[in-house]
Design a protein around this ligand. Structure first.
Ligand SMILES: Cc1ncc(C[n+]2csc(CCOP(=O)(O)OP(=O)(O)O)c2C)c(N)n1
Ligand SMILES: [Mg+2]
Length: 620
C-alpha cells in the first residue's frame, strides 16, 4: 500500500498516519524520538512523507526515546512525542514514561500494534498493550478505526497537557495506510497557549503566616520549584523577616547562590547548614515544594508546619498542617512584601538563629571552595566541577545523571536563573543524562549543553552517544568514572554488613569507545590535565561536534551531612553522628564530630551547635 495522497476522488484524502503527524505538527511538535518495528511501518512511512515538517530522531534504544521525550518536555514545557513498536519496543519505553509521569512532563507515546486482521490470533509480538500502560498513563487508548487515528492523537495531546503526564495511543499498523478525508483534525488553538489562572493568597492569610514566623524562634522556608521566577523577591522577604531558606533539589538555580541565607538543600544531596537548620527548626514553611524525602526530614522532631501551594490537593501529603494557604508561591511572596512596604507588618532584625545559620553556611561554603581548588592526582570529583564551572556559559544547559553527580552538582555546580538543568528527579532513573542532553541540544540548538554522568549510569545508555554524532549535536559529555556504583556504595557504608556487595564496576575505556563511534574524546586522570581537556571540548563543540571527557576519578564519598543528628539536653541542642554511620565492617566509626569532619578534609568545619552557642540560640 502506498503512502501518497490520493486526490483522484472528488474529495481530497490523506493517509491516516500522515493526518496524525499533521495533528502533532499543529501542536508545535518539532521532532519525535523512536525506533522502528514491523508494527510501526505505516507511521515510519508517514515520517518520511512529513520529514520537512517534523524530524524523526532515530535513537538506538526505545528507553532513550522515552527519556529524551520526557527531558524535552521538562525543559521546554511543551508536549513531546516518542514511539516504539509492538511488544519489546513498547516495553522498552516504560522507564522513560515513568520518568515523565513522576516529574509531570506532558508526553505522548505512540505504540505500534499488529494489524487489526491479526489481533486476537496470538499473532507474533501481539499483546494487549493498554493494560501494561494503565498505571503510567493519564490517557491510554487503542485506535479503533483509521478515521479516528488523528482524532485520538489530538485528544492524547490535550490530555497529556491537562494532566501533565503520559498519554498512550496504540496504533494498529494497518490503519496508518488507509486514506481518510483530508480535513482538519487538530483542536489546537491560541487559547491553549494562555497561562492557567493562579490562586492568590488573601491579605489575612499572608498576615497569619507572618505572625507565625514572628512568633517562632527557629523558622525556615523550605522552598521548591513552585517559586519559579520569584527567587529574587523571596530573598528580599527572607532578609526582611529574618528567615533562612532551605531548597528542594528542583529549586536549584531559582534562588541566587550568593545569598547568605540560601542554605542549600535538605537531606542527602545536601548542604551542611541546611540539614542542621532543618533538624532544629520550630517552624517549617513549605513554599511551592513537594518534597519526596519528607519522611526522612520532616519526621526527626516536632515543628509547626505551614504549606503554601498552588495545588491544595498536596496539603498534608507529607506532614499534618498547622496552616495552609492555597496560593502561587510568588504571588504569596509579593503580597507579603507589599505588607512590609506599606508598614502593615514590621521588618525583623536578624535573629540569633538567622545569624547562626548564615555563619554555618559561610563555614560550609568556604569548605566547598577549598575542596574545589584542591589539586588532585589521582583526580577527585571537585576538580571536575571546577572546570565545568570555568567553561560553562551563563545560559548553558546541564543534563545530569543519577548517582553521586546529583549530590555533587547540587553542591558544586554554579547555576544562575539563565541556566537550565534537568534530572530524573522523582523516578531517579539511571541513564537519563545522555537522552536529556540529546533533547536539550535539539530543542535549544543555540545553547551550550553539558551531559554529566557516572560510569554506571552512562554505560546503561552509551550506545546513544552515536545519536549525538548522527545528528551533529555538540554536547560536552563528562563521564565521572570511579569504577563504582558509588551512590549505593555510600549507602552500604552505613549498613551493618561485613563488606560492600555488588558495587564495584569493571573500568572501561570510555574515550576509546567514543572514538569507535567517531566522537572525539580524551581521558583525564589528574586535575592538571583538566584545563586542556575542557578547552579542547569547547573548541570541538563550537565547531558543531560532540566531545567526551572520560574523567577517571577516585571513589571517595562526599561529606555525608545527613549523618548529623540533634537532640536536646538541658534546653540546649547537642549534635552527634548517626550511630549507623560507617557500620560496614570494613570501616571506622569516628569518635567525635571533629574526627568526622577531618576524615573529609574538613578540619575547619564547625558544628551548628558551635554557632548556636556563639549567637545564643537555645532549644526552648
Ligand atoms: C535504572 C536504575 N537502576 C538502579 C538504580 C539505583 N542506583 C541509584 S544511583 C546508583 C549508582 C550510580 O552509579 P554511577 O552511575 O557509576 O554513579 P556514581 O554514584 O558512581 O557517581 C544506582 C545503582 C537507579 N536509580 N536506576
Ligand atoms: Mg560510578
Amino acid at each position: 500500500m502506498g503512502i501518497t495522497e490520493d486526490n483522484s476522488n472528488q474529495r481530497k484524502t490523506v493517509p491516516a498516519s500522515v493526518a496524525m503527524l499533521r495533528v502533532l505538527e499543529s501542536w508545535g511538535v518539532k521532532h519525535i524520538y523512536g525506533y522502528p518495528g514491523g508494527s510501526f511501518n505505516s507511521t515510519m512511512a508517514a515520517l518520511d512523507t512529513e520529514k520537512e515538517n517534523i524530524q524523526y530522531i532515530q535513537v538506538r534504544h526505545e528507553q532513550v526515546a522515552a527519556l529524551a521525550a520526557s527531558a524535552d518536555a521538562k525543559l521546554t514545557g511543551h508536549v513531546q512525542v516518542c514511539f516504539g513498536s509492538a511488544g519489546p519496543g513498547a516495553t522498552n519505553l516504560l522507564t522513560g514514561l515513568y520518568d515523565a509521569r513522576e516529574d509531570h512532563a506532558p508526553v505522548v507515546a505512540l505504540i505500534g500494534q499488529v494489524p487489526t486482521t491479526n489481533m486476537n490470533y496470538d499473532y507474533f509480538q501481539e499483546f494487549a498493550e493498554n493494560p501494561m500502560f494503565e498505571d503510567v498513563a493519564v490517557y491510554n487508548r487503542t485506535v479503533m478505526t483509521a478515521e479516528s487515528l488523528p482524532y485520538v492523537v489530538d485528544k492524547a495531546v490535550r490530555e497529556a497537557y491537562k494532566h501533565k503526564g503520559v498519554a498512550v495511543v496504540v496504533i494498529p499498523n494497518n490503519f496508518g495506510y488507509v486514506h481518510i478525508p483530508d480535513t482538519g483534525y487538530s483542536s489546537s488553538s491560541p487559547t491553549d497557549r494562555k497561562p492557567a489562572p493562579l490562586p492568590h493568597a488573601t491579605t489575612e492569610e499572608v498576615l497569619e503566616v507572618i505572625n507565625l514566623i514572628k512568633s517562632a524562634k527557629r523558622p525556615i522556608i523550605h522552598v521548591g520549584r513552585g517559586i519559579q521566577s520569584g527567587g529574587e523577591k523571596l530573598v528580599e522577604l527572607s532578609r526582611r523577616l529574618s528567615i533562612p531558606l532551605v531548597l528542594t533539589g528542583l529549586a536549584k538555580g531559582l534562588i541566587p547562590d550568593e545569598y547568605e541565607a540560601n542554605l542549600g538543600y535538605a537531606n542527602r544531596a545536601a548542604s551542611k547548614a541546611a540539614d542542621e537548620a532543618f533538624a532544629t527548626a520550630d517552624l517549617v514553611i513549605a513554599l511551592g515544594s513537594n518534597f519526596p524525602f519528607a519522611n526522612l526530614v520532616y519526621r526527626t522532631h516536632e515543628f509547626k508546619f505551614v504549606q503554601i501551594d498552588v495545588d491544595s490537593a498536596r496539603f498534608g501529603s507529607h506532614h499534618f498542617l498547622d496552616y495552609g494557604v492555597w496560593s502561587d508561591a510568588t504571588i504569596f511572596v509579593e503580597k507579603a512584601l507589599e505588607l512590609l512596604d506599606n508598614g502593615a507588618v514590621s521588618e525583623t532584625e536578624p535573629t540569633a538563629f538567622y545569624r547562626a545559620c548564615v555563619a554555618a553556611n559561610k563555614n560550609w561554603r568556604e569548605y566547598l571552595d577549598k575542596m574545589t581548588n584542591k589539586p588532585s592526582d589521582p583526580l577527585e570529583f571537585e576538580a571536575v566541577y571546577k572546570e565545568i564551572n570555568r567553561v560553562a556559559k551563563d545560559d548553558a544547559i546541564f543534563s545530569i545523571d543519577v548517582g553521586d553527580n546529583i549530590i555533587n552538582s547540587f553542591r558544586y555546580l554554579n547555576l544562575t536563573p539563565a541556566n537550565k538543568w534537568t534530572i530524573s528527579a522523582l523516578f531517579a532513573s539511571m541513564g537519563y543524562g545522555l537522552p536529556g542532553a540529546i533533547a536539550a541540544s535539539l530543542s535549544f540548538p543555540e545553547r551550550q549543553i553539558f551531559h554529566i554522568a557516572g560510569d554506571g549510569a552512562y554505560s546503561m545508555v552509551m550506545q546513544d552517544l552515536i545519536t549525538q554524532k548522527k545528528y551533529g549535536l555538540p554536547v560536552i559529555n563528562v563521564i565521572t568514572a570511579n569504577a563504582s556504583l558509588n551512590f549505593i556504595k555510600s549507602e552500604q557504608d552505613d549498613l551493618p554488613i561485613p563488606q560492600h556487595s555488588g558495587i564495584y564496576l569493571e573500568d572501561q575505556d570510555f574515550a576509546m569507545i567514543a572514538q569507535g563511534m567517531g566522537v572525539e574524546s580524551i581521558t583525564v586522570t589528574s586535575s592538571q590535565e583538566l584545563p586542556a581537556a575542557f578547552d579542547r571540548a569547547i573548541e570541538v563543540t563550537q565547531s558543531g561536534r560532540p566531545f567526551l571527557i572520560d574523567a577517571k576519578i577516585t571513589d571517595k564519598r562526599g561529606l555525608p551531612v545527613e549523618e548529623l543528628e540533634f537532640h536536646v539536653e538541658n534546653g540546649k541542642f547537642v549534635e552527634t553522628i548517626n550511630e549507623n554511620y560507617n557500620a560496614n565492617g570494613t570501616l571506622h566509626h569516628p569518635q567525635s564530630l571533629e574526627e568526622f569532619f577531618a576524615s573529609y578534609d574538613g578540619e575547619e568545619l564547625k558544628p551548628m551547635t558551635y554557632y548556636f552557642e556563639q549567637e545564643g540560640v537555645s532549644a526552648v
